[in-house]
Write a new protein. Structure first.
Length: 72
């Protein structure tokens, strides 16, 4: 049931336009579509391993990227 709830929560976020279908955060809960990425870890100075995405308006954490995909 936990999996189902998590899945439904992601579906809900996609349907509200907060995240794209590949889970990229594109809109904050405050309604802002402006964001800034903070790179947490880099491989070979060019390939980003991990980054956090924050809302540019309210500074809320919108999502995190790690090793090639957005974390749900
Ligand atoms: Zn916000």
């Amino acid at each position: 049931m936990e999996f189902k709830n998590a899945f439904e929560e992601i579906e809900d976020r996609i349907s509200r336009g907060l995240v794209s279908k590949d889970l990229e955060p594109i809109k904050c809960k405050c309604g802002s579509t402006e964001y800034k990425d903070t790179i947490m870890s880099v491989h070979d100075a060019s390939f980003v391993l991990e980054k956090d995405r924050y809302c540019a308006k309210c500074n809320a954490l919108m999502g995190a990227w790690a090793y090639g995909s957005w974390l749900p």
